[in-house]
Design a binder for this molecule. Sequence first.
Ligand code: NDP
Ligand code: HSE
Length: 433
Amino acid sequence: MMRTRPLKVALLGCGVVGSEVARIMTTHADDLAARIGAPVELAGVAVRRPSKVREGIDPALITTDATALVERGDIDVVVEVIGGIEPARTLITTAFEHGASVVSANKALLAEDGPALHAAAQKYGGDLYYEAAVAGAIPLVRPLRESLAGDKVNRVLGIVNGTTNFILDRMDTSGAGYSEALDEATALGYAEADPTADVEGFDAAAKAAILAGIAFHTRVGIGEVHREGITEVTAADIASARRMGCTVKLLAICERAADGRSVTARVHPAMIPLSHPLASVREAYNAVFVEAEAAGQLMFYGPGAGGSPTASAVLGDLVAVCRNKLGETTGPGESAYTRLPVSPMGDVVTRYHISLDVADKPGVLAQVATVFAEQGVSIDTVRQQSRQDGDGEASLVVVTHRALDAALSGTVEALRKLDTVRGVASIMRVEGE
Ligand code: NDP
Ligand code: HSE
């Protein structure tokens, strides 16, 4: 039986994502009503610039007073696609206080303050859904939160930022410069309002914190995620990766320790073999591997950014919370019962690709090898090449076996102190083998 009284939706933000949410709500209104069991009505749209023309949206719905909209008291669901911490946090909390459920795409806020938002949802009997906050259109939050709720997830590894994948892909395949590729990603609506969040790894780190929290049923703060962006990845790094049969990707890796007593979460560029499935993830696509005890290895792949793909995830959540509203129930809340500590980056086991400029004279290779041995780091391969310009220097590229990150970074520090090491040209982790 279809309920005739519509469920009222307040849309906070009508930019890249919000405008697509509004468009799909309008064009698919009948299907959404049939799937939910009641019509959904766009009751108001909060924006910053009211005079901007917004195609397909009744101008009477536009307001700059988002607070008044969420305080109306007759709103069933608030869709927050403004982004950032404030006013989004206060608006979401106010929405719960006024009896609404919330759908958000705001990974920055969820990573910063997820537990408090979940607590507010629970206190006022609302839902907090945020599929769009991680990996755009790809269903990942709900599979982790619901489908894998009976399994034990040990690892989540993947590409979760479309902008940086787009930039690295363009640099690798078309030789585009960094700035040119970033401008293109921004024009396509992939980049955040401030692209620093993308290129410095903050966006991926927020997603890693959310994923690790859900996967391991523990709280992982954004400050506990080790973060390195792509701003220092050079054309030389990418060329070096190619010579090794690898490519460079910005990875998010969340792992349960072998003894099961702690977890780690990190975001950094890494070389991965061209034969690895993540190497073929192009443009703004995302892909995430989930390794679970009973399920084995699962791969999720799809468009990780952009208005329409992200709106798909928002709409999926909207349907779910509307169904819950009609059924007078709520979906799963926060699950953080394991309370596992988050270990520092030094405890992570990984491999390094180190590129050194060294003096081209007898004994240097032995000196360098001794430093690795003293730090307990085993060398996998070494490639030395004298410079053509006859300046008495050589390039030395060392790839290690797996070791603790603390030992690997200690090795780099010790190498820097050698007189014969003129410079450390680049350091990059090697993953995915
Ligand atoms: P935009 O910058 O394109 O849109 C933001 C919207 O919020 C605009 O409509 C803006 O109004 C409005 N807004 C800003 N401040 C206020 C305010 N104080 N009160 C009312 N409205 C306000 O961002 P996106 O659509 O790209 O992103 C929205 C959210 O979705 C962010 O959390 C982002 O991280 C997330 N997201 C984005 C993806 C993407 O590919 N773009 C993918 C996945 C998640 P006005 O139009 O007047 O400027
Ligand atoms: N700026 C983000 C990205 C949007 O490029 O992945 C999707 O979360």
